[in-house]
Ligand binder design. Structure first.
Ligand code: IFM
Length: 443
């Protein structure tokens, strides 16, 4: 299987700042909405917070050493906006820049290419106080923050991602309220989605204007939806889910329009977003690559009890992960080939794929055979997409380390490296050893 991937393919792991860094009060970092949310009683399993997380802020050299030992040549991380601009705008915090300089240089010295996400959900609390993403001013504050990052790191970092999974941030954070900032309002959600996309467009513009040497894209999580049965009502329900989660982001980015069926649905309920002339052109300007996060398939049935969408996901058939997500490697193939068929032929990176299982540490390791099996099958699906003509350039496993899995806290373990949170010891799971062997044969 290994020979199916080109020699310059990027093999990496992915993480996100709030999930691993800790050190939330150090070196001038401002608070983010995730600090506020995780400290709100009842929001996170077991009352967990990201205050310490994997203490990566102090242990990043150890973690980079592990990546090098495994044989990885790339690493996707995200930048904490409030380490750079504690209030989200205005005063620059030099120590925040210093941290990402150290991280970048240590990665490059280890022969590992950094790929940085500029926004992975940890909005500075100061900007939430101004109304959060529903306030259009944030699009410009985001552009200004990105321009600062490009100026300081753009000479050495060759892969930039504007936003991670804008759909998840929009719906879980602003419609279902299970993520920060914990809001539950349709109109706020649709406006947030639109402003996130405008912010993405402005960041791409700033990157192009600066003439930096690297490449820039966005990461979308694309789920594979199927209808529960071959009836018009189930098919339409699946279509609406696909419209809400996938097409609402893919269409403006690659077709310069919002999907007509979902626009009409929103119009009927009076929560279409406000837009300005030129927004769609700004959002759809050319990208260098697309990042895809793929996790599962959902089988959708018509459900009149669900307001607006009138659709629900059926219980997933086995096998499932500890998150309750169906393991469906073919979905990765479907998603990748669909993007090429319906949207774009630009290079694609799988910027996240992986699974949580009920890992148990025994004799200094975890026998995570299900994770190894999961990775093998998804690598195979990716290889098949490559063979089918998808311009796939890299694969990032979620995640390097067990980490703060948002509302699930530390209960769900996605890492190929086990973290003992009491001691911050890192232990290689069998999947990390397996990956090292897999990569050794490639080189
Ligand atoms: O942990 C998250 C990550 O932050 C975004 N994508 C999905 C992962 C697993 O839920």
């Amino acid at each position: 299987m290994k020979s199916l991937f080109p020699p310059d393919f990027l093999w990496g792991t992915a993480t996100a700042s709030y999930q691993i860094e800790g050190a939330v009060h150090e070196d001038g970092r401002g608070l983010s909405i995730w600090d506020t949310f995780s400290h709100t009683p009842g929001k996170i399993a077991n009352g967990d917070t990201g205050d310490v997380a994997c203490d990566h802020y102090h242990r990043f050299e150890t973690d980079i050493h592990i990546m090098k030992e495994i044989g990885l040549n790339a690493y996707r991380a995200s930048i904490t906006w409030s380490r750079i601009l504690p209030d989200g705008k205005g005063q620059l915090n030099r120590k925040g820049i210093d941290f990402y300089n150290r991280l970048t240089d240590t990665l490059l010295d280890a022969g590992i290419q950094p790929m940085y996400t500029l926004f992975h959900w940890d909005l500075p609390e100061g900007l939430q106080k101004l109304g959060g993403w529903a306030n259009r001013d944030l699009t410009e504050y985001f552009r200004d923050y990105c321009a600062i990052i490009f100026q300081h790191l753009g000479d050495r970092v060759h892969y930039w991602i504007t936003l991670n999974e804008p759909s998840v941030h929009t719906y879980l954070g602003h419609l279902y309220g299970t993520h920060a900032p914990g809001l539950t309002d349709w109109k706020t959600a649709t406006q947030t989605a639109h402003h996130l996309l405008v912010a993405h467009g402005l960041a791409v513009q700033a990157f192009r204007e600066g003439g930096f040497p690297g490449s820039i894209g966005i990461t979308l999580n694309i789920n594979h939806f199927e209808a529960a049965g071959d009836t018009a009502e189930h098919r339409q329900a699946a279509q609406r889910m696909d419209g809400l989660w996938n097409r609402w982001y893919l269409d403006p980015l690659f077709k310069q329009s919002y999907p007509a069926d979902i626009w009409e649905l929103y119009e009927n309920h009076r929560f279409t977003p406000s837009m300005k002339a030129g927004d769609l052109a700004l959002i759809s300007q050319p990208l260098d690559f697309l990042g895809i996060n793929y996790y599962y398939r959902e089988i959708i049935h018509a459900d009149p009890t669900i307001p607006v969408l009138q659709a629900s996901a059926s219980s997933p058939p086995p096998p499932i992960t500890a998150m309750g997500w169906e393991i469906f490697p073919d979905g990765l193939y479907h998603v990748l080939t669909r993007i090429k068929r319906e949207y774009t032929s630009i290079p694609i990176y799988i910027t996240e794929n992986g699974a949580a299982f009920p890992d148990v540490l025994q004799n200094g390791t975890v026998q995570d055979t299900p994770r190894i099996d999961y990775l093998k099958k998804h690598f195979q699906a990716a290889a098949e997409a490559l063979a089918a003509g998808v311009d796939l350039r890299g694969y990032f496993i979620w995640s390097l380390l067990d980490n703060f899995e948002w509302a699930c806290g530390y209960e769900k373990r996605f890492g190929i490296i086990y973290i003992d949170y009491a001691t911050q010891q890192r232990y290689w799971k069998q999947s990390a050893y397996w990956l090292k062997d897999f990569l050794a044969v490639l080189r």
